[in-house]
Design a protein around this ligand. Structure first.
Ligand SMILES: O=C(O)C1=C[C@@H](OP(=O)(O)O)[C@@H](O)[C@H](O)C1
Ligand SMILES: C=C(OP(=O)(O)O)C(=O)O
Length: 422
């Protein structure tokens, strides 16, 4: 039987301080770069969740030593070798970051994952790797499953890349490029979503001494060593979104601890976005504090840079005082689920009117009603359902275990936030 979570309804103002584990995106990059580095490196407080555990398992399968030391991971790079089988689960980071690493290994590396992973777009990555001299067998699918036949080295050099469906295609290539014979000179052919995530990649490379420059049409990475480094992981600011949203929904106050002063995480834009929706946002000694004003203003925004935040923001839009318009997010149709379709279904089920645009959603709140929602195997759809459930009595979500992707104890943390009084 599929488990069902009756999300807690709460009209009294929430007042809570929340601490969150490490960023999925930063942990994935730190693991990959440590696996390619010139010595051992420590990840302090990495995210331990399905996506990052799968990344660690994939690298281990290629011969990388990753040891647990308390909450930390200690990574020792070694010779990369196949044959290996990689389970990418539903992780876009493993799907797009691992193949360029596999190309540097000797022997075949086969990558597969959940049924939905096989539908996630990856043509731009496979084409670019082939152009860089890598042999890949994909049965003409241009998606998972596929096998990378590494020879221990990649020529590299100039390549044009279509990353319009996912920025992770660019990040994956840049992360491994310093280890290619000629580095990479990457030219984008189309649009690029999620720019902050590419900036995160560039920053992660520079922190390890890699020469990376932005060019007129893309990025260039010079060949050379990747310096080993210890890294303390920032908390995951995208996973902070539902907790901060609770302040708006209940007219309460939520602080997320240890909010970084500067960050490339898209969640770093939550202060601006939640501010536009009527929250007052301040930094305190503890972290980022969001206070709701009792009503939620509609949002008109291009979320192309911060696509990950869409499900929670869309849930807030369904509880707002007017019509919202979220655009720039056509690529969300290739995420864990088709998020535009899923949000249409969920928000309609609880009473909103939703219009799907090719690249977004128009959301008009309506008379609220209870509903049993699906998780669509998507962690952020569970987060969105919980936000709706605060305001609407009787919101249930089937298969809430989807949260294991990035925050396995989400349901407990949600209950803890609601139970916390100062
Ligand atoms: O590089 C990363 O860590 C990510 C990039 C983004 O991917 P897309 O550009 O495919 O949206 C984001 O949505 C994903 O959750 C994480
Ligand atoms: C799109 C997401 O994940 P992935 O890294 O699997 O693409 C996400 O976490 O919102």
């Amino acid at each position: 039987m599929i488990p069902v979570w009756t999300t807690p309804h709460r009209s009294a103002p929430v007042d809570a301080v929340v601490a969150l584990p490490g960023s999925k995106s930063l942990t994935a990059r730190a693991l990959v770069l440590a696996a390619l580095a010139d010595g051992p490196g420590r990840l302090v407080r990495p995210l331990r969740a399905r996506d990052t555990d799968l990344m660690a398992a994939a690298l281990r399968a290629l011969g990388v030593r990753i040891e647990e030391d308390g909450e930390d991971w200690v990574v020792t790079a070694g010779e990369l070798r196949g044959p290996a089988e990689v389970d990418a689960g539903l992780a876009g980071t493993v799907l797009r970051f691992l193949p360029p690493v596999a190309a540097l290994a000797t022997g075949p590396v086969r990558l597969d994952g959940d049924p939905r992973l096989r539908e996630r777009p990856n043509a731009g990555l496979l084409a670019a790797l082939r152009d860089l001299g890598v042999q890949i067998e994909d049965g003409g699918r241009r998606r998972a499953p596929f096998t990378v036949h590494g020879t221990g080295r990649v020529r590299g050099g100039a390549v044009t890349v279509d990353a319009s469906e996912s920025s992770q295609i660019v990040s994956g290539l840049l992360l491994a490029a310093a280890r290619f014979d000629e580095g990479i000179d990457l030219t984008l052919t189309g649009g690029l979503p999620s720019m902050p995530h590419v900036e995160m990649t560039v920053e992660s490379l520079r922190e390890r001494g890699v020469a990376v420059t932005a060019t007129e049409r893309g990025w260039r990475v010079g060949p050379g060593p990747i310096a080993a480094r210890d890294e303390v992981l920032e908390p995951d600011l995208s996973n902070a979104a539902p907790f901060l949203a609770a302040a708006l929904v209940t007219g309460g106050r939520v602080t997320v601890r240890d909010w970084p002063v500067a960050t490339t995480q898209p969640g770093g834009q939550l202060d601006r976005l939640l501010g536009e929706m009527g929250a007052s946002v301040v930094r305190t000694g503890e972290g980022l504090q969001v206070t709701g004003g009792g009503t939620i203003r509609p949002l008109v925004a291009d979320l192309g840079e911060v696509g990950e935040l869409t499900p929670v923001l869309a849930a807030l839009c369904a509880l707002a005082e007017g019509t919202s318009r979220l655009t720039g997010i056509g690529h969300l149709r290739g995420h864990e689920t088709d998020r535009l379709q899923a949000l249409d279904e969920v928000l309609t089920a609880v009473g909103a009117s939703v219009e799907q645009l090719p690249d977004g959603l128009v959301i008009t709140p309506g008379p609220r009603r209870p509903a049993r929602l699906d998780s669509y195997a998507d962690h952020r759809m569970v987060h969105a359902a919980a936000v709706l459930g605060l305001a609407i009595d009787g919101v249930e979500v089937a298969d809430p275990g989807a949260v294991s992707k990035t925050l396995p104890d989400y349901v407990d943390r949600w209950a803890q936030m609601l139970g916390t009084a100062r």
